[in-house]
Write a protein that binds this ligand. Structure first.
Ligand code: URA
Length: 280
């Protein structure tokens, strides 16, 4: 349909429909009518464990669409592949390289950047959030938007900074379109890398920011209202355990400032734990 011929209010509804479906950014000048493209030539199926095939670039020329093998992006095999790949990484640098090269998460196809980590690897506190938002996707670093700035101010209140004391990542390395909640399959794949990330970073204390990260890391269906403020222990595959504090996500605190009081108590508990452990 020629959108230019639509009445103004229909264009507004169409834009709203796009945003509701997660299409919140313009990637190309011309819309690609994928139904009008010739069907791709049959390609041999390649199992993810044998090496995934690079995705079709969004701006591929119309006359020469790239052929992509049908990698099943919801397959439990992908989480297994991710665990195996992550296990083979002996350093954070190797893990970062493996994550950047990984093609088994569909979110990578719509994201601008892989968002791996920020702060100091090996710092006493490791913060794990949910997923990059628009600012993080653009800049390639976690928690750099408004909620990240609030998080920085909160840690600053207990004398800690990302330049010196914090190592920050997310359970997902790629922004979900329109900031939708990541599916359980997407979480399972990325969490395989995040668990190894924690093993390699060896923080004294782990902070899980928000319900999605807390549920995924602790493998529970319990909500953040019940989980926050209580120490738990995250058992890693190498047998180590990390004292873990689930807390509210800073984006939630921006929407619900009255909850900052509880987050302040969580921060004080983190401060106390670090002092007990001799890390502060
Ligand atoms: N929210 C998150 O959970 N992580 C980010 O990196 C940014 C916002």
């Amino acid at each position: 349909m020629n959108e230019a011929a639509l009445p103004h209010e229909d264009i507004a509804s169409l834009l709203k429909w796009y945003v509701d479906h997660g299409l919140d950014e313009t990637i190309g000048e011309e819309a690609v009518d994928r139904f009008a493209l010739p069907p791709p030539a049959a390609a041999p199926a390649i199992a993810p464990s044998q090496g995934a095939v690079a995705p079709t670039p969004i701006r591929a020329p119309l006359q020469a669409p790239m052929v992509r093998a049908p990698v099943p992006l919801e397959s439990p095999q992908l989480a297994q592949d991710a665990r195996e790949l992550a296990r083979r990484c002996g350093t954070i640098a190797e893990l970062e390289e493996a994550v950047r090269a990984f093609e088994g998460c569909a979110l990578k196809r719509t994201a601008k950047n892989t968002v791996f980590a920020d702060g100091v690897a090996g710092a006493p506190v490791m913060v794990v959030g949910e997923a990059p938002g628009a600012d993080e996707d653009r800049l390639g670093k976690p928690f750099v938007g408004v909620s990240g700035q609030l998080m920085d101010r909160m840690f600053d209140a207990i004398g800690m900074s990302r330049e010196r004391d914090l190592y920050i990542t997310n359970i997902l390395f790629w922004r979900p379109p329109g900031n939708r909640t990541p599916t359980l399959a997407e979480q399972a794949v990325c969490v395989a890398f995040t668990r190894r990330h924690i093993e390699l970073a060896r923080p004294k204390v782990l902070v899980l920011a928000g319900g999605t990260a807390a549920k995924a890391m602790l493998e529970t269906t319990e909500g953040i209202m019940r989980l926050r403020g209580k120490w738990t222990s995250l058992k890693l595959d190498d047998g180590t355990e990390v004292p873990t504090m689930p807390t509210f996500h800073p984006a939630y605190l921006l929407r619900t400032p009255a909850s900052k009081r509880q987050s302040w108590l969580d921060l004080l508990a983190i401060d106390k734990k670090l002092k007990e452990l001799g890390s502060k």
